[in-house]
Design a protein around this ligand. Structure first.
Ligand code: C5P
Length: 404
């Protein structure tokens, strides 16, 4: 593998559990460091039966963390600090036992506890005997983790330590390093040649030349999606309402104000659009008439009535267009999220809908972080609370899996 420092500045927490493939972790750590990553190691008790903490300390350049209840270890970097420190938690090898504990949400030792505590993405590299891997329990555990947004890398197929030949081998260190690089550098051209239109931000519905109806959408989620989609190789058109954000590099931005303008720009974009993501918080209603001069306060008028009329539903119109792209909508709800999202998916004829519960503190409108539940007609995947760019990457991964 070429060394091009593709991981400079990235902090990777490598969690090692007790499988024979643990012996490959010294090599894996060196290769990650060759690419510029900083690597810290957490080992389970069983992992230490397969490779020594001394080896892992020497190759990583940091003391190995292995004890949840050791006061001196906790005072340097405990499970919360380690969880916060990491940009990515990579569990390799991940045994059937570790995977089962992750699925159940155990906090029985340092590694599982920090997986509960971290908001960084978690990647699991399963490694076990093929029958253990194929057992219904392990299969179910892995699919539940995947639904929660955990990245599942591997296993590979081939001869196993026990003599069996089949799926269950941990991916080779080089393959894992490639996965990590692809994760942090999504410009691996996943959407090469694909045209993606994204609507973002609020709309402003004018009442007169100086007043309007709008909402608190910051546009951050839509702009994060535009940035990540472009890095993943897409040609991105970003139709944005008034927001205070810089245009992501190499993204074609179209500024609009009203829902009608956003509607027109969206329909125009369908001439070259494979995937349409409606992230904008579009005003449902606009003033029937926009006053041509500032509406004056009048002494004798205490009640002012402004007639509002319904705006077109942009994503619904896009989804029923003759030239229909793959359609992804958002649902911002304050209650009964699942029910409303499923209803919207059907009613608007969407392929996917990403629901966020804006009533939960620290996510949604104006926040740096978000958590989503993504529904298709027959599947539900949770993306846990993280920086909007990380969430955008994970949503685009889900879109890629569904987009044919
Ligand atoms: O119906 P509701 O506004 O909750 O639906 C939200 C989804 O529909 C979002 O994807 C939003 O961008 C889109 N939408 C739209 N045009 C509207 C209203 C909502 O595209 N007029």
């Amino acid at each position: 593998m070429t060394v091009n420092h593709a991981l400079t500045g990235k902090k990777i927490l490598l969690g090692i559990s007790g499988g024979i493939a643990a012996y490959k972790c010294a090599e894996l750590t060196r290769r990650l460091k060759d690419q510029g990553a900083e690597v810290r190691i957490v080992m389970t008790a069983a992992a230490k039966e397969f490779i020594t903490p001394l080896t892992m300390q020497a190759v990583s350049g940091h003391e190995v963390a292995d004890n949840l209840l050791d006061p001196s270890a906790q005072s340097s970097m405990g499970h919360i600090e380690l969880g916060k420190w990491a940009d990515l938690v990579l569990l390799a090898p991940a045994t059937a036992h570790l995977i089962a504990r992750l699925r159940a949400g155990f906090g029985d030792e340092l590694l599982t506890t920090l997986c509960l505590a971290t908001t960084a993405p978690i990647a699991v590299s399963p490694a076990m005997n093929m029958e253990m891997y194929l057992s219904p329990a392990t299969q179910e555990n892995i699919s539940v983790l995947a639904q929660r947004g955990t990245l599942i890398w591997g296993p590979g197929k081939g001869p196993q330590a026990c003599g069996d030949i089949g799926p269950g081998r941990m991916l080779e260190p080089d393959d894992l390093v490639q996965r990590v690089i692809a994760f942090f550098n999504p410009e691996k051209a996943i959407f090469e040649g694909i045209n993606i239109t994204i609507t973002a931000g609020p709309t402003q519905e004018a009442l007169d030349p100086v007043r309007y109806i709008s909402n608190h959408s910051s546009g951050k989620m839509g702009f994060s999606l535009a940035e990540m989609a472009q890095k993943m190789g897409a040609n991105v058109t970003l139709i944005s309402g008034p927001v205070n954000l810089p245009t992501p590099t190499n993204v074609n931005r179209i500024n609009i104000k009203s829902a009608l303008q956003m509607h027109a720009a969206s329909i125009d974009s369908l001439a070259h659009c494979d995937i349409f993501i409606a992230c904008a918080a579009v005003a449902d209603y606009r003033a029937e008439d926009i006053a041509s001069h500032k509406i004056k306060k009048q002494k004798e008028i205490d009640d002012l009535t402004i007639k509002l009329v319904k705006n077109p539903d942009i994503i619904a119109d896009v989804a029923s267009h003759a030239n229909r792209p793959f359609c992804v909508g958002f649902a911002a709800e304050t209650q009964d999220v699942e029910h409303y999202a499923a209803d919207k998916l059907k009613r608007k004829n969407l392929d996917l809908i990403a629901a966020n519960n804006v009533a939960m503190a620290g996510q949604g409108f104006n926040s740096e972080q978000n958590a989503l539940t993504v529904f298709s007609a027959n599947q539900r995947v949770d993306i846990s609370l993280a920086d909007k760019k990380v969430v955008a990457f994970q949503l685009l991964e889900i879109i890629r899996q569904h987009y044919k």
